[in-house]
Design a binder for this molecule. Sequence first.
Ligand code: FAD
Ligand code: NAD
Length: 466
Amino acid sequence: MDYDVVIIGSGPGGYVCAIRCAQLGLKTAIIEKYNNLGGTCLNVGCIPSKALLDSSEHYHNATHNFEKHGIDTSAVKINMKQMIARKNDVVNQTSDGVKYLMDKNKVDVHYGLGSFVDKNTVKVTDEKGKESTITAKNVVIATGSKPNYFPGMEPDKDRIITSTEMLNLEKVAKNLIVIGGGVIGLELGSVHARLGANVNVVEFADSILPTMDSAVSKELTKVLKKEGFKFNFNHRVQNVENTGKGVVVTALNKKGEEVKFEGDYCLVAVGRKPYTEGLGLDNAGVKMGERGMVDVDDHLKTNVDGIYAIGDVVRGAMLAHKAEEEGVFVAELIAGQKPHLNYNLIPGVVYTWPEAAAVGKTEEELKAEGVKYKVGSFPLKALGRARASMDILGMVKILADAETDEVLGVHMVSARAADMIMEAVTAMEYRATAEDMARICHPHPTYTEATKEAALAATEDRALHI
Ligand code: FAD
Ligand code: NAD
């Protein structure tokens, strides 16, 4: 065999798996079909979307908030070409960083489409069509996902677009129709709303972010309406038409009536689907699961000995940090260790402003499971830190077991919630009670005081500042 481990796909799942394999002394190679490493996350996902969210937030602050701070910025203008160019620089630097990490860890990189010949042999076809084969004792499938869509809303990549095209749009949309009030719709919708677009969300469910705690979706709905979002819930999209000058989206509302939405662009953001095209899974005998996913057991093993799968291509949350943890898990398993991964404590973040973040069970889940629980909430507006920065929208909500006081879920909408949620993840990993969290000294003035106050409220309804 040429290698101990070959990984197909260089996203956060694949490249982190490669590094951990190399650290454990395994001879490792990675195959990537594009010339840039880093997968969806680095190239068309997490990193470019956050780069544009930061740029648009600066513009929004300059045009809406600087004056209140006593800073006159009367001639602020958008230069969309430069905004996209800066985003591309960030992407390229990050992708080069992954190549550096592969070299540093002596992981061989093979550029080209990886395709199984048999369970231990993978053919690599480069962009010029040149083929080579490599053999390995173990193969890890880390081929990720692609945007999903349903009949009638097929993206034409011109005006009917997915997140991939939206991240390169060098114009600000005037009237953006977003199909799907999930994470992508709200994040990329926010970018254009802050730059001045009217954003109209057409959502099949009765709220945004339907899988998050309803307190988060309600609070964020209020926040985004203030930013200029319009929401059309319980709407089933039938058809999207590119008229040449714009788009017309036809949907059925709850009563079954036809409703039309007009805009200049339509962002299709109705989820993502696992990507296995061209992988030749049949040649290795790998079994597929539901909805195009690769079927794996609790140890991320497929039905074929020595073949594993991780990240967006398998069940579970489609998140970069979940893919990374699975990459480490599989590397350690192959090296003979006994790794552990707590799927209940994978945090989720929505990078709107304020941000939304959560870990553990939602109130709806606890109700459905028949668990007796207590709730403690605290509004950001009661914090001095929030008033100082004028980030007064949001709340922190803590759910704790009614008998044992163990924290079961933490949900928040707050400035810097993406970073604040880690306190809750750490506490819950150590099975902290609400009282444990409430008794920890939190620095003043910080947004984290809202977490302490919510924990106090959950403990004995004894929040101090409200
Ligand atoms: P991917 O990152 O999809 O990587 C798979 C790689 O495999 C790709 O490079 C692909 O080219 C390659 N590949 C596929 N087939 C083959 C083949 N046959 N041969 C060779 N190579 C192949 N998640 C977060 O946690 N936080 C965020 O803020 C966030 N923001 C996002 C924003 C957007 C707009 C999008 C679209 C996604 C975002 N995500 C975010 C989700 C995140 O990007 C994914 O969960 C993550 O990238 C999954 O990692 P992965 O390694 O499983 O697959
Ligand atoms: P999503 O699952 O978050 O949201 C899709 C939304 O579309 C849901 O609200 C759903 O009810 C709605 N929907 C589904 N079918 C519909 C239809 N026919 N008409 C109208 N609405 C419909 O998916 P997404 O926003 O496309 O994101 C894809 C994945 O990427 C997610 O799994 C997410 O985890 C990941 N992602 C994560 C981040 C982050 O962590 N900050 C950011 C972006 C993307």
